[in-house]
Design a protein around this ligand. Sequence first.
Ligand SMILES: [Zn+2]
Length: 460
Amino acid sequence: MTTERYDELVKRQRAEFKVRLLTHMRRLSWSKEAISSERQARLRELLAWAVTHSEFYRRRLAKAPPFDGFTEPDLHELPAMTKADLMENFDGIVTDSRLSLATVEDHIDSLDSDAYLLDWFRAFPTGGTSGQRGVFVYDWEEWITFLCSTTRWRLRRSLDTGSSSGGVSIFADRATHISRAMLDFLHGREAGRPTFSAAMPIAEIVERLNEMRPSSIDTYPSTLRMLVDQARIGDLCIDPAEVATCGEWLSPSLRQDVMQQWGVDIYDYWGTTEGVYAFSCGADASMHLPDDLVILEAVDERGNPVPAGQLADRVLVTNLYNKTLPLIRYEINDAMTVMAEPCSCGSSYSRIGALQGRPSQVFSYPDGTSLTSLTVPFGALERNRDVTDYQVRQTERGVDVFVYCRSQPDLEALHRDLVAALSLAGLADPEVTVRAEPELTRLDSGKLRRFVPLEVRVRR
Ligand SMILES: [Zn+2]
């Protein structure tokens, strides 16, 4: 696609986005009733659309209750969908005959910045911390809706949405990443907000930030952890007025350290390439879900519903605005709690608490012992004040632990604690190694995979 063609299209789409954004901001004041009637109508429409236009759903929803009387509780009768289902059946799921997995993958391969596919679509891959690849597509209008949902809360709070001068984003460096496309679209490919790769060596990031003195930073918690530590030892000299994070679990100690260092409260949000973003209204650290655009079901490991107020292992997302690639009860492996009480801000939109990590990362051992990132054994690492970040890699009979520290930790004591904790969790004679590292190995996206099960390492 030529630059002229892109510029022409993006100018038109940006103008439409600005008009639509006002509508989406007004939606934030909707009542509970308005939101549920919107959900009901969109859900029925989506189901009817999916069985008419997608071969996959025609088969899958053949036994579903009639759509004209379908309500949200009926969703439980429909099968959940995994990333593997999506990728294996992509061509049968996508509802536009111009699209196939091959077309979309070819487009993604060609990307070096935000670009249109067939002058109409946007396409993104996601690996996520699970490491499994997924591919997602939005058409013209759906991409506008996506962007509205990702900007409206921050705009309402008059927070920096990246448009003000002096802000910096430190995320994936790949042009294919959705965060890159969002920034390019909102602020222009040329004059856009500076974006560094989170996978760059920390010394280089620090050097660039010292030159720039950014007024705001948007990044992953694990990157922010390194930055705040660099500021503490005096190597990083910046004074950001806003610090936002997403994409990983945010620890209370990081929130505290950032407050102490820069006097700002971290603005944490949750976002997925699948089309769900949740933002804090500012009342507290919880995040409002886009209830008018997606249905999110909190479930346990077996897919059974988890009541509000209790920690769910994962969520099932039904995207009500993407008809190009319908996602109905699509599984996202983020552990979170949907909150029961209404927010003190008065909003009718439901809320989730901070992310808890990814419990699907299970270490299974030949003797039948299973350890997950949420179980006790790794508390030894969370509790150790010298350890600011870590990576745990499963081995045949134990774990290799790599720690990133702000000061020299007592590695022997840490080793002892971990051996004791793993034994207590049922692993007989666990083999544990602990090593301090100046930097932890990151994924291509720059994200840190905190728990690496053995099969992931073998696959590589
Ligand atoms: Zn609120």
